[in-house]
Ligand binder design. Sequence first.
Ligand code: FAD
Length: 382
Amino acid sequence: MVGGGIHGAGVAQAAAAAGYRTLIVERRDWGAGTSSKSSKLIHGGLRYLQQGHLGLVRESLRERDILLRIAPHLVRLNRFYIPVYRSSRYRPWQLRIGLSLYALLGGLHKAHRFATVPRHRWASLNGLDQRGLQAVFTYWDAQSDDRRLTAAVVASAAQQGADTACPATLTGGVRHSSGYSLKIRQANDIRTVETRVLVNAGGPWANQVAGCVDPQPPKASVELVRGSHLVLAPALAPHCFYLEAPGDGRAIFALPWQDQTLLGTTEVPYSGDPDAVAITAGEEDYLLESLRHYFPEYVDGPARVVERMSGLRVLPASVDRPFQRSREIEIVEAITGRSGYLALYGGKLTGYRATGEKVIAKIAACLGSRRRKADTRTLPLP
Ligand SMILES: Cc1cc2nc3c(=O)[nH]c(=O)nc-3n(C[C@H](O)[C@H](O)[C@H](O)COP(=O)(O)OP(=O)(O)OC[C@H]3O[C@@H](n4cnc5c(N)ncnc54)[C@H](O)[C@@H]3O)c2cc1C
């Protein structure tokens, strides 16, 4: 397994739990790539309903419920508020339909119920601008600490018997008749590791990882899209706001994060070196302007930017706007006989466990099953 982001961690955990000998290799730190730059939501993604990705939303809500059970110390529900103004793109009745569908896909569990906030309570919503406000909806979704979640899944993989190497970098690999010989650099040492199945979970670096394997395995046709967040202090609120960016109608979030506020995100096509990704002044203005539209007194008053972070989404290449493209995981495979290569592109933090199990189903078809040690649906995360 190459890549110690959430997907590499999830596949390593699923592989070890299914009884396979497993090694996970990460060149920087667990979760140091995209998996510490996300919005940190464990959610179905209300906005994905707009694009009709019902299957993704249903699976994500199911995964959210599993994570709330197996990792209550890492994943917790929080209240979300969605204000609807006269100028908003969506009318209150449309939100009501969307939230009803979201609740339905979540299995009508108590945590999926939504409500409207009575007008007399609007004044308590942290200075939310009430001019032109028509309705405020509230519902529940979950938040996590993406980097800690990733580290916990790696620790769980190790508890199930996986070997871990970090920092350690895959620098080359050669395909032979029964698998791969991989060169792994760790400190000043280069060792060779033999494996029947190579899983590439390199995230935005996945095509670079594929590029160092001979002969080159197939690559997915993807584009990188930068997503940036600002961290603001002092905190705006202990709950979450789901807002529509007034300029382009995209969804942005203002979320409590480590006693501060996480504001994001943007979507800007990116063609540079994934290691050099960073927020631009234009993105920062876009985020602050969007928030000012709803919370002028906060943005023009106490709010100051204390941290900036950027990550890269891996999205299918397309002429559609990034916002409209699928967030489903794409698994590229090149399996011949009893060995092969699998690469993961895209996907969501929320779905890491389901993704891991999908990859293991492919590995089982190639290598045959082993004696299972644990079930990742019920295995508590350390
Ligand atoms: C701005 C933004 C917001 C998001 N918000 C959410 C959200 O709220 N909820 C949600 O569910 N999803 C969200 N996502 C999606 C989610 O964050 C990603 O799908 C997920 O983190 C990707 O994980 P990964 O393991 O595929 O990639 P990464 O986390 O990038 O991991 C890849 C790893 O591979 C390592 N690597 C690369 N090359 C090598 C090599 N040669 N040898 C060894 N290691 C190597 C890298 O160091 C890196 O750690 C968001 C994404 C972005 C960009």
